[in-house]
Design a protein around this ligand. Structure first.
Ligand code: SF4
Ligand code: SF4
Length: 755
């Protein structure tokens, strides 16, 4: 959690930052200086790299982060994306009171793929009980206007939900209805901060007003069919997983204050002055050092870190002793149950007594269908990483279906059994292999009757997939693998070229590698050996990143144009450097596209050089997760190619699942970017790619006095004309019309907002 601005434009009387025991904000800089943002980003990147974290979550917090203004916010977000995303997937969030939110700020949030939670306590009377300006005026209308902005299709991808602080004097029904009216993706209900020194308001001993109040909302929510996600109720259910406030999961939040000091969760500010301090800062101390602070470490201990009363409690696995700050009592410190203990116990009882139907609730309060949400998000031009992961999941499901079909043709029971066993014991290893972009082309080839005459090319893929997954999982198995042109390919890892292997080779997975025997050949491949084993051609990584350069898998040849043969080391290093630079350019120009690429692009395939056409790029419908490019020395150019091709990949994945174009009409549409009339699907692909390229050039035009404006104007005109021609052609389905209509809207936003 980054405290990027330490002051606020509201003056809520329940605010733990300014109104409770801790007053350290008074000595801190008003806004986090750029050098501190950079140091924090580097610490986070360092931690992700050292621990190989698949993702990290960074929340911009305050005070009020929108006080940074659009330019200041853009600077902070660009720094975080550029420094952290080469190492891990970055989930960016913000918590705001919403008062200052306007179109320009919304556009910054969308551009950088930030999901925003808005603090809002319900109906006007409830909200104005605490959430007021210093002069006492209401903030209700400003916050509702912010929520309405976030519901607009252009900004909806940035709407994360509402955070509502409970006050039992408010009418729970009116609060519930006011929250529901804002269609939030998720609602968080928070108990007001209190300690044993300063307990919450209660009518008398033994009363549980918070459980009663929340229980009323819980019953409404269940009776209404659980129309959206309320995190508190979901977390308290058996197996609900908990939150920072409930359950026994280890605490995993650290705060960077505006002056760069590491702090513990800032709800501790409610306990006593300086309670959240660690004595560490981002300039001199790593995340690990801060996380080693005893106050953080004790919250890694599960039930052992709780007081004796909680350890003996029958609902401790779900309550977890409540929020750490709420356990504070002068004298015994945090070694107490929550000051809300009686309410928590009773609330868990109420949730159990009124469970509702067994099915999980939908994750959003939205009335839009899942397809509408998917298309609306992609129509922003980029689509969020969550949407890209949803597309990746769809693609994986298709690959699994093809795999099952190929099983019918496989004579390797051992391969199928290995994959089935690993699916139970090491599902991540199986997933990593099946998500390799060239597995699906292999399976498709295997199932194509026309390809079967080419015995080598249509070889059974199951054995090689089983070997790849077993090597990744470190599970010793032996499988017979078909040999193609004296080589076996182990998808995601590399190829072994070994003359004399014959038609089939016996592959035994060993610790750190595998042994291959067949014909007159016998070779052991150790994957982590300094020098690759003879004949072994490993897949190579882009330096300092997760992207693979694939120039060995035979099924990468699926782009309708020649792919490059394996590059020598200097060539692969040069391509890697260009890709790293191109990545920085994408982060600089269109960070939301960088986040989208980061969500799904895994492989770059070098195309064969062609002096007549030195600049080419391609995407293959069956190879989601990969783009092909000619090795080109200019990162600015490669950045545009990556963004352009990734649009085709995403839209191709959508078209695998949904009809956006009415099939079989034979329509042809004239477009400005090609001389020949195109089928509607081709126009749709062109429009979607050009929308992204327009966004790149609009961004460059803001700082570039050269040709950027002219390029932006040309792509804008092409995109607009193409979209209008599609809408006029009557060739789109209802979903297609919605998509192109939203996309057209995003185009105008791009015109106004990003340049
Ligand atoms: S909006 Fe948030 S930070 Fe600002 S005064 Fe209110 S509770 Fe505190
Ligand atoms: S209900 Fe009370 S005793 Fe039980 S775990 Fe929660 S705070 Fe501890």
């Amino acid at each position: 959690m980054l405290k990027v601005h330490s002051r606020c434009d509201l003056s809520c009387d329940h605010c733990y930052v300014y109104q409770h025991a801790d007053q350290t904000w008074r000595g801190r800089p008003v806004r986090m200086p750029p050098a501190t943002v950079r140091a924090a980003a580097r610490r986070i990147a360092e931690h992700a790299r050292e621990h190989q974290l698949p993702d990290v979550h960074v929340v911009l917090h305050g005070g009020e982060p929108l006080l940074l203004g659009a330019a200041g916010l853009r600077e902070v977000l660009a720094e975080l994306r550029a420094t952290i995303t080469p190492w891990t997937r970055l989930d960016l969030r913000m918590q705001t009171n919403g008062v200052l939110l306007d179109e320009e700020l919304c556009q910054v949030l969308v551009d950088h793929d930030v999901r925003v939670g808005v603090s809002f306590d319900g109906d006007r009377a409830a909200n104005d009980r605490h959430r007021v300006f210093a002069h006492g005026g209401s903030s209700h209308e400003q916050v509702r206007r912010a929520l309405a902005l976030l519901r607009r299709p252009a900004y909806r991808s940035s709407y994360a939900g509402i955070l509502c602080t409970v006050d039992v004097r408010n009418d729970p029904d009116r609060v519930y209805e006011a929250l529901l009216a804002e269609s939030p993706p998720r609602v968080d209900l928070l108990l007001p901060h209190a300690t044993w020194d300063h307990p919450p308001q209660r009518p008398g001993p033994g009363a549980t007003p918070y459980a009663d109040w929340l229980g009323r909302i819980h019953r409404r929510w269940v009776d209404d069919g659980q129309p959206g996600s309320i995190r508190l109720f979901e977390a308290l259910r058996p197996g609900g997983g908990g939150t920072e406030a409930f359950g026994l999961a280890p605490a995993d939040v650290l705060v960077v204050e505006a002056d760069g000091t590491w702090e513990q969760v800032d709800s501790l500010k409610t306990a006593y002055h300086g309670a959240a301090g660690t004595g560490f800062d981002v300039f001199d101390h790593s995340v690990d050092e801060a996380a080693g602070h005893p106050g953080v470490a004790v919250r890694q201990d599960g039930v052992q870190g709780l007081c004796a009363t909680c350890r003996a409690c029958p609902v401790v696995d779900r309550c977890g002793g409540g929020l750490y700050a709420h356990r504070w009592r002068t004298g015994s410190g945090f070694d107490n149950p929550s000051v809300y203990c009686a309410d928590l116990f009773r609330l868990i009882d109420s949730v159990d007594a009124y469970p509702g139907p067994a099915q999980a609730p939908p994750s959003e309060w939205s009335t839009a269908s899942p397809l509408d949400d998917l298309l609306d998000d992609l129509a922003t031009g980029h689509g969020s990483p969550q949407t890209v992961r949803r597309l990746a999941d769809d693609q994986l499901a298709i690959t699994r279906m093809l795999l099952a079909a190929c099983r019918e043709m496989s004579d390797s029971a051992a391969a199928w059994e290995t994959l089935a066993d690993l699916e139970l014991t090491a599902p991540e290893a199986v997933r990593a292999v099946l998500e390799h972009p060239f597995v699906r082309p292999w399976l498709v080839h295997r199932l194509d009757p026309a390809a079967r005459s080419d015995v080598g090319a249509a070889a059974d893929p199951l054995p090689a997939l089983a070997v790849a997954a077993a090597v990744r999982a470190g599970v010793p198995v032996t499988v017979d693998v078909p040999v193609r042109a004296d080589a076996i390919t182990v998808p995601t890892l590399g190829s072994l070229l070994l003359p004399g292997l014959g038609e089939r080779a016996e592959v035994t997975v060993l610790p750190g590698g595998f042994r291959v025997r067949g014909g007159s050949a016998d070779r052991t491949v150790l994957l982590d050996a300094g020098e690759p084993s003879a004949g072994w051609r490993p897949v190579r990584n882009v330096p300092a990143g997760r992207l693979l350069i694939e120039d060995g898998d035979p099924y990468r040849d699926c782009y309708g144009q020649p792919v490059a043969a394996r590059l020598d080391d200097p060539a692969v290093q040069a391509l890697g450097r260009t890709l790293v630079e191109a990545w920085r350019v994408v982060c600089r120009d269109v960070p939301a596209h960088a986040a989208s690429l980061d969500g799904g692009l895994r492989v770059v395939v070098p195309l064969a050089p062609d002096p007549a056409r030195p600049l080419r790029s391609a995407t293959a419908r069956h190879a989601f997760g990969a783009v092909a490019v000619t090795p080109h020395p200019d990162p600015e150019t490669v950045a545009v190619l990556l963004v352009h091709e990734w649009q085709h990949a995403k839209l191709g994945a959508v078209l695998d699942r949904y009809d956006l174009v009415t099939p079989g009409q034979g329509t042809r549409i004239t477009v400005p970017w090609r001389p020949d009339p195109r089928p509607p699907e081709g126009v749709l692909q062109g429009v979607y790619a050009h929308l992204a390229v327009t966004q790149v050039w609009r961004s460059r035009a803001a700082t570039d006095n050269g040709d950027a404006s002219a390029h932006a104007a040309r792509f804008l005109a092409w995109t607009r004309e193409g979209a209008d021609a599609l809408l006029a052609s009557r060739s789109l389905t209802a979903a297609g019309e919605r998509f192109v209509g939203q996309l057209r809207h995003a185009l105008e936003e791009t015109r106004v907002g990003s340049g």
